[in-house]
Design a protein around this ligand. Structure first.
Ligand code: NAP
Ligand code: ZN
Ligand code: ZN
Length: 347
């Protein structure tokens, strides 16, 4: 076993602190990766504070991981020691179900092995995430990272990037379409960059007036401050596609009503409380409400390659790990420009 340093929380009311644990010895298909940067996703907060229920403790959060391969197992083909590598929200899956075979591993019907707050395929051994010095991952669940973009800015692509890229691609967002992004945080800022790069006209709907300049710099064409979501009448029936990336409780109907006929609202934000949907918000214009969970391995690699080609990465605030609790508090307040990323040298 490999002694590993990390940061963990012991329960929903505890704060994160140093934690020593062990990673498995790398097997023939495994990579040992020295973690260089790990992004702070709002899902880390939801899970560390057990807002979704069922959290496993102690928990080492972190699923936006970039690092360098320090050892490659004897059967590894795609990586060698010294290569950059990325790890996202899951590190294994059953590999044989319909979803796995379709390259949609995130929807594995048997058992998705989450990077943390999950269990290995034995459904017993807990997994620990990226707020740590190193990780051991099967090469098939590891992404290739180009050295051409700054690594700290690449880390958030492994979750915030793929979670926004995937629904934009699935619903063929592009030129001639009006797209709204709700919630300008880690996911939201990537959604703006991607939707704009795909040629759509992008409007940001935000509760934070102070983010307007940033939204335009990120590629948005319009910015609307939401004071009262009931007061969005001027935008009714306007958008072809809305990406909802809000982390807190909010009124979905207010946003559904902004879709034109046959428009799609893709929910990627994951507030804990159930949400109410008015039948007429969907019926009147044959609107679609869908959810979307991260993305499969193939699509994640496609997104990373797209980012390399288009020179797209996240806007980040790099922090030492000792500031992670403060970063959580600022994230909850919507005060992050636009992703905190932990420099793992500071561990
Ligand atoms: P984040 O950086 O905290 O951004 C969330 C944004 O939501 C905030 O910046 C804020 O934007 C807006 N917001 C926050 N509180 C609000 C409130 N009370 N009312 C209205 N708007 C509010 O979070 P994130 O990391 O982007 O994650 C967003 C959500 O997506 C989280 O729930 C996370 O768990 C979920 N998630 C889902 C997936 C998936 O696969 N589906 C993947 C990753 C994350 P403004 O200041 O612009 O209003
Ligand atoms: Zn995430
Ligand atoms: Zn499967």
């Amino acid at each position: 076993m490999l002694p590993t340093r990390g940061y963990a929380t012991k329960g929903p009311a505890s704060s994160l602190g140093p934690f020593n644990f062990e990673r498995r010895e790398p097997g023939p298909h495994d990579l040992l990766i020295e973690i260089l940067y790990c992004g702070v996703c709002h899902s880390d907060i939801h899970q560390a504070r057990d807002e979704w229920g069922g959290s496993l403790f102690p928990m080492v959060p972190g699923h936006e991981i970039v690092g360098r391969v320090t050892r490659a197992g004897s059967a590894v083909q795609r990586f060698k020691a010294g290569d950059l590598a990325g790890v996202g929200c899951f590190v294994d899956s059953c590999r044989v179900c319909e979803s796995c075979k379709a390259g949609l591993e995130q929807y594995c019907e048997e058992h998705l092995v989450l990077t943390y707050n999950g269990t290995e395929r034995d459904k017993k051994t807990p997994t620990y995430g990226g707020y740590a010095s190193q990780i051991v991952v099967d090469e098939n669940y590891t992404l290739r990272i180009s050295p051409s973009l700054p690594l700290a800015n690449v880390a958030p692509l492994l979750c915030a990037g793929i979670t926004t890229y995937s629904p934009l691609r699935r619903y063929k967002v592009g030129r001639g379409q009006r797209v709204a992004v709700v919630g300008l945080g880690g996911l939201g800022h990537m959604a703006i960059k991607f939707a704009a790069s795909m040629g759509a006209e992008v409007t940001v709907l935000s509760t934070s007036k102070s983010k307007e300049g940033d939204a335009r710099r990120l590629g948005a064409h319009e910015f609307v401050v939401i004071k009262d979501p009931k007061n969005l009448d001027a935008l009714a029936n306007r958008f072809d596609f809305i990406l909802d990336a809000v982390s807190a409780d909010h009124d979905l109907n207010a946003y559904l009503n902004l879709l034109r006929r046959d428009g799609v609202l893709a929910l990627v934000g994951a507030p804990a409380k159930p949400m109410e949907v008015q039948a007429f918000s969907l019926l009147l214009k044959r609107r679609t409400l869908v959810g979307s969970l991260i993305g499969g391995l193939g699509e994640t690699q496609e997104m990373l390659d797209y980012c390399t080609e288009k020179n797209i990465a996240s806007d980040v605030e790099v922090i030492p790990i000792q500031q992670v609790e403060a970063a959580y508090e600022r994230t909850i307040k919507g005060d992050v420009r636009y992703r905190f990323v932990i420099d793992m040298k500071t561990l």
